[in-house]
Design a protein around this ligand. Structure first.
Ligand SMILES: [Zn+2]
Length: 294
């Protein structure tokens, strides 16, 4: 691969870019997560109506995570009585994101009596910082905006966008959060909101081949400097070892029953990876438990 192709390849990667305005009064994160959203959809085989909401939840988690540090992370989930009963996304500041959806293919509305919960798991806090808002629409972005403004007491603007190709597969996905810092005037905040609401659709800007930093330059009404630019990937830390460790806690009888019933396939709910437990695996687990018992 030559240098030009390599640069091209890097530009195609999912990315979160955090910026600060030149006057220090606004901070923003822009995300392009087309590939992660597509990975989530294809790994789980989601129909378009599920992938649309799931992509936005993945975006929300990655956007908020971009404001954190180290291995701090964000969990975003929606519980609802609609045909989508649950959406889950987890993102780490370092760029990993994963998630899943529970749904039924019916004619019911996507969401009913739905709530959006956002938790930040931070280094210096013993408990996650959690807030819940009622989910008022399928757009999700207004509810995320309400959560941020309410929980962090910071005037915030949120854009979440996803587009699909003719086969119902994610074509582009991304989002933006802009927040006013202490000292930002009410007029400037209002003007920013108006500018953002009139900006061209994010997915269309990505369709034009613009990088996230170029998109920000186009739509933000102020000069800014890039604080951080990090790669984002759909990534699950699951492993066969993790699953067998969990199985060991069930006890020997349960494991013997699983072996006898041929219940030897385990599926990760986050990434839909299938793990096969062989008879030898079962035997060594049973053996391990009996050693511990003695
Ligand atoms: Zn997994």
């Amino acid at each position: 691969m030559n240098t030009k192709d390599k640069i091209e390849q890097i530009n195609l990667c999912d990315r979160a870019i955090r910026v600060l305005s030149a006057d220090g009064l606004f901070r923003a994160v822009i995300l392009k997560n087309t590939q992660s959203a597509k990975d989530a959809q294809t790994k789980h085989g989601y129909p378009q109506f599920v992938a649309e909401s799931q992509s936005k939840i993945l975006s929300t988690a990655s956007l908020i995570a971009a404001f954190l540090k180290g291995e701090e992370r964000v969990v975003v989930d929606i519980q609802s009585d609609g045909r989508i009963s649950k959406l889950f996304a987890e993102a780490m500041q370092i760029g990993e994101v994963r998630g899943f959806a529970n749904y039924e293919v019916t004619e019911a509305p996507n969401f009913a009596n739905a709530s959006l919960r956002i938790s930040r798991i931070l280094y210096n806090q013993s408990e996650p910082i959690t807030g819940i808002v009622e989910l008022k629409s399928d757009l999700i972005q207004d509810d995320v905006e309400e959560y941020l403004t309410m929980s962090e007491q910071i005037p915030s603007f949120t854009i979440l966008d996803v587009s699909f190709d003719e086969n119902g597969i994610v074509k582009q996905s991304g989002g933006i959060i802009v927040q006013a810092m202490p000292g930002a005037g009410a007029e400037a905040i209002k003007a920013l909101g108006e500018t953002l609401s009139k900006s061209e659709r994010l997915c269309h800007l990505y369709d034009q081949g613009l990088r996230p930093d170029q998109v920000l330059k186009q739509i933000l009404p102020f000069e800014f400097s890039v604080i951080k630019s990090s790669r984002v990937d759909f990534f699950c830390r699951c492993s066969k070892e993790q699953f067998t460790a969990k199985l060991l806690t069930l006890g020997a009888d349960e494991i013997k029953a699983m072996k006898a019933e041929g219940h030897n396939e385990l599926v990760c709910q986050y990434c839909n990876k299938h793990y096969t437990i062989s008879d030898e695996d079962f035997d060594s687990m049973i053996n391990e438990i009996s050693i511990k018992m003695n």
